[in-house]
Design a protein around this ligand. Structure first.
Ligand SMILES: Cc1cc2nc3c(=O)[nH]c(=O)nc-3n(C[C@H](O)[C@H](O)[C@H](O)COP(=O)(O)OP(=O)(O)OC[C@H]3O[C@@H](n4cnc5c(N)ncnc54)[C@H](O)[C@@H]3O)c2cc1C
Length: 331
């Protein structure tokens, strides 16, 4: 395979969601020449469908996720600072507290942030564009070959490339042990009698207020968890059900007149069977950062840091054994 004449970035990232673009920034700052392929437009899929909770201490997360979640929480301020200094756009935390309702009827008050992914998206995109990262939208990875000497040849919808290393960050479309899990969600205007400042969350529903920015005074009510393939249709009965679950926590949300729906949408979470991401080398030249399921906004800064370490041959700041691809293939 002759790859001499092809463009050859140090790193090719496939997928410009929050995982791909956060990793692109991290690798750029570590000195790599980075190209990102995105088959549609950047940050249009799960990464802007999300509620934006940084749910480190959600008791329904798999326990093995905690060290990575804690690492990400510690990296978040520097990540947002980097995005702001490159883009000029500040992304504030919307909330600092989550009321977690437990199955025994008790509640826990968690110190936990949320942010608005639709505020983060334009800031992150502007930050990437302020660097020399080569972001190629409307460019799809079509096929990939790797020689025994670890040389890569990548065929895209806009020509061929021969990167030194490739990282798949394709979200729900990654295929390798990842399936789409649909989430429908609605946003409502909050009644004047309910100036909500904290997230309310059970195992089955969450209410996430927006306190700053263009959506201030509204709240998200989410989200369904559905195995529906790549379908993203909205179903009024699902949205009604979410609203009724929310009204069990905050009764004034029951009434469409008092809390009118502003919008509704559905997105596709990239899920694995154990609800943990895959953060691993696939071959000496190919890496995987996929399967972030319900926590990809939370986990983006830590994923960027540990994947950059892995790619550079350094020891990551947290043990990646729970996120090994072999946990599926060695069964
Ligand atoms: C309703 C809902 C609520 C959520 N709430 C939260 C929350 O509160 N907190 C939280 O932390 N997380 C939340 N999440 C999860 C979070 O959104 C995801 O884990 C995260 O966005 C995944 O990011 P990603 O970059 O892997 O995927 P995506 O954002 O989906 O990006 C993948 C990209 O890869 C591109 N791509 C795919 N195949 C190719 C190809 N062949 N060539 C080129 N490009 C390709 C796609 O077009 C896409 O742009 C929620 C998700 C949903 C759906």
């Amino acid at each position: 395979m002759n790859t001499n004449s092809l463009p050859s970035p140090d790193i090719l990232i496939v997928g410009a969601g929050i995982i791909g673009l956060s990793l692109a920034l991290e690798l750029h700052f570590r000195g790599a020449q980075v190209t990102v392929l995105e088959r549609s437009t950047a940050l249009q899929h799960a990464s802007t469908a999300a509620a934006g909770m940084l749910a480190v201490d959600d008791p329904h997360n798999p326990p093995a996720l905690l060290p990575l979640s804690q690492l990400s929480r510690s990296l978040y301020p520097a990540f947002l600072q980097r995005v702001e200094s490159l883009s000029g756009l500040a992304v504030p935390f919307q909330t600092d507290t989550t009321i977690q309702y437990l199955p025994d009827g008790s509640t826990q008050r968690l110190v936990e942030h949320s942010l608005d992914p639709r505020q983060l998206a334009p800031a992150l995109l502007a930050a990437v564009r302020a660097t020399s990262i080569d972001l190629r939208e409307h460019t799809e990875l079509l096929s990939l070959t790797e020689t025994p000497q670890s040389l890569l040849r990548v065929d895209t919808s806009n020509g061929e490339l021969s990167p030194a290393k490739l990282i798949r960050t394709q979200g729900a479309w990654a295929r390798l042990q990842v399936r789409p899990v649909k989430g429908q969600m609605l946003r409502v205007q909050l009644p004047a009698t309910l100036p909500l400042r904290e997230v309310h969350r059970t195992e089955h529903v969450y209410i996430v207020p927006r306190t700053q920015g263009p959506q201030a005074g509204t709240a998200l009510i989410g989200a369904t968890v559905e195995d529906a393939g790549f379908d993203t249709a909205l179903h009024p009965e699902s949205l009604d059900h979410l609203r009724s679950l929310a009204a069990e926590l905050l009764p004034s949300l029951a009434n469409e007149a008092a809390a009118p729906q502003v919008e509704a949408w559905a997105g596709l979470r990239p899920a694995t069977t154990d609800s943990l991401p895959i953060l691993d080398a696939h071959t000496p030249s190919q890496f995987l950062a996929i399967g972030h399921f319900r926590n990809g906004i939370l986990l983006a800064p830590a994923t960027a840091a540990v994947m950059a370490d892995l790619i550079e041959g350094k020891s990551p700041a947290t043990d990646l054994a729970p996120f090994a691809a072999s946990r599926f293939t060695n069964r």
